[in-house]
Design a protein around this ligand. Structure first.
Ligand code: NAP
Ligand code: GDD
Length: 339
């Protein structure tokens, strides 16, 4: 039986990965941060099946302790300050976790359990501003946020530890993936959770930023499978994981409202654009400049051919199905959502 240590186990991806590894018979250990009120987030349903170890990516002794307890065959580093917007308001904090945190963990593994296989959660935000076509493993990086720049350090230090110390360390360059467990500040979940509040008459309007931004969106459950597959290879390598389609925030919003029975049409431009429900004539989407970013990534679309050929990775959940699942979940659980 293999041991796996997951950092960021309480997050969206950590919870799906924990479920996947448990289903494969792993002993799963999770690093979690102490909170004033104990709450295991997305893994409340799993706490009796995994071993939780208190720690923080910025505190190396706690990482060494976690490695000594878990004796992992595989380490998945999913912990991060993962919200791009917050990386502009808290750039130093973000860098300490998303850049230096990776180094703390790699160095702890090198000294404690150097034969453990290591997965680093890299991101399509590395491609950032230069690319408007399909991005693959050879596309140059141009990050556009403190988050993207910190993640670029995490990416290269992972490769550097592989090349310097012969460790099995690799990074998955994952495009946006969402789910019913997504944090509510990310745009997809913000749309579906606010939609549920509008439908229930508690909120009048959804306020968004740049709705022309385009993203390559998939479902997180499909994407965590790729993380595991990367660590089952004989050789550590980088892989792009993406759906290969791109859609605007406007399109996501329109489809989400359509599933909930609205007929949403957009008119106007830029900050004056509004979304009107043709059935009721009400304005239900407005633009608020507060949600614009100082520097934007206008479009992302990924080419996962290498992962499809070499890992035999595929994704099952289409864009339409992703939107439908998130909307039905948030409508069905609205009462729990607000408590
Ligand atoms: P998430 O839901 O925001 O989860 C982040 C996790 O990191 C949480 O468990 C959080 O713990 C933990 N964490 C934050 N700071 C920490 C610290 N200092 N020490 C230890 N743990 C810390 O993110 P996600 O969507 O699951 O993403 C997982 C990883 O993939 C992240 O590294 C993210 O940057 C990367 N990524 C995500 C996507 C995507 O579209 N979802 C795409 C590419 C890459 P708390 O519960 O205590 O806050
Ligand atoms: N969050 C948010 N809120 N985004 C908005 C809003 C809004 O009200 N209005 C428009 N957007 C636009 C953002 O400007 C961005 O272009 C796009 O919607 C997606 O924003 P997020 O959902 O916050 O995700 P992200 O693409 O910035 O980052 C996510 O994906 C990365 C992979 O590409 C995160 O999961 C990162 O951790 C991940 O690395």
């Amino acid at each position: 039986m293999k041991n796996a240590l997951i950092t960021g186990i309480t997050g969206q991806d950590g919870s799906f990965l924990a479920e996947l590894l448990l289903s494969k018979g792993y002993n799963v250990y999770g690093l979690y941060r102490r909170k004033s009120k104990q709450d295991y987030g997305n893994i409340n349903h799993l706490v009796n099946k995994v071993t939780m170890i208190e720690g923080d990516l910025t505190d190396q002794p706690s990482l060494i302790n976690a490695l000594k307890i878990s004796q992992p065959d595989e380490v998945y580093n999913l912990a991060a300050q993962s919200f791009v917007g917050t990386s502009f308001t808290q750039p130093v904090y973000t860098t300490e976790i998303d850049a230096l945190g990776v180094l703390h963990l790699l160095e702890a593994i090198r000294n404690t359990k150097p034969d453990a296989k290591f997965y680093q959660a890299s991101t399509s935000e590395l491609f950032g501003g230069l690319n408007d076509g399909l991005c693959n493993e050879n596309t140059p990086f141009y990050p556009r946020s403190p988050y993207g720049i910190a993640k670029q350090f995490g990416h290269w230090i992972t490769i550097n530890y592989r090349e310097s110390y012969n460790m099995f360390a690799c990074a998955g360059i994952l495009f946006n993936h969402e789910s019913e467990r997504r944090g509510k500040e990310f745009v997809t979940r913000k749309i579906t959770s606010t939609l549920a509040a509008i439908k229930n008459g508690d909120v009048d309007c959804l306020e968004l930023g740049n709705i022309s931004a385009k993203r390559d969106w998939g479902h997180a459950e499909d994407y965590v499978k790729a993380m595991w597959m990367m660590l089952q290879q004989d050789k550590a390598e980088e892989f792009v994981i993406a759906s290969g389609e791109t859609h605007s925030v406007r399109e996501f919003t329109q489809k989400a409202f359509e599933y909930a029975g609205y007929d949403l049409h957009f008119e106007g431009e830029g900050i004056n654009e509004i979304g009107i429900d043709a059935k009721s004539g009400k304005v239900i989407v407005r633009i608020n400049s507060e949600f614009y970013r100082p520097a934007e990534v206008d479009i992302l679309i990924g080419d996962a051919s290498k992962a499809k050929e070499r890992l035999l990775w595929s994704h099952d959940v289409s864009f339409d199905e992703l939107v439908r699942r998130m909307v039905s979940h948030d409508l069905a659980s609205y009462k729990q959502l607000i408590t």
